[in-house]
Design a protein around this ligand. Sequence first.
Ligand SMILES: [Zn+2]
Length: 274
Amino acid sequence: MIPVFANSATVRTRESFVLRGGRRAPVALQVRFGLLEHPTVGPVLIDTGYTHETVAGPRSAALRTYARILRPRLHDAGQPAAVLARRGIGPEDVAAVILTHFHADHVSGLRQFPNARVFACDRTFARIAARGTLGNLRHGIFPELLPDDIATRLTGFSTLPRAQADVPKALTAVADLFGDGHVLTVDLPGHAEGHVGLLFPRLDTPLLYACDTQWMLSALDPGRAPGWPARLIADDPDAGMATTRAVAAFRAAGGQVMLCHDPDPAPYDMEPAP
Ligand SMILES: [Zn+2]
């Protein structure tokens, strides 16, 4: 089972904000989401990227402000519906969406997939459901992007079989998403509450989709993780540094690492639409 990733949008920011020693010049960060065609489960998305729900139409003032500050530029051909259509998959056919965390650039398009089970960190979801709007905003979460019936479609990571695969020492694999050993969640604390990566241990070179551990791959190199303002945004900056080191150790041991936002083409990126 080989995942592919597409780029839903670009967000421009100053490189030095996301890479220590980076240039003052802007860098175009990608906003990836993944697609897996599981032989028995069906089409599975890994997050949704940015979609129109974040940038247009009726939204709360807070979400409009967020979109005005970050100004994501959506890519029509990289939107989840367009990427699925290229493979003959309709939005209603999507069997599951795996959420690495609940930030807007990962859950934005969830409402487009009415039949999908949502695999997510149930402890984090319980906190979101229990908090008010302001409490969620403080964590960068916009519950208005979550489908109204998400609670009934949620499969919590804690309810899934424990991962059995050999996992590099620095990482903790938690849930075996489909019970077949092909896709495991790995706790990557720091960036956001309940932030996880996905480990594909059965690929020729094991792949860790480390999502938002850092924005740029070069930030995994020693001394290159950004300080302020990235630390301000992090849920737990010190845990994030430990996670960065663990992911770097996985890469140093021969594993392949992919990030959601790295600006450069990555090995599992889909060919851009013609
Ligand atoms: Zn993100």
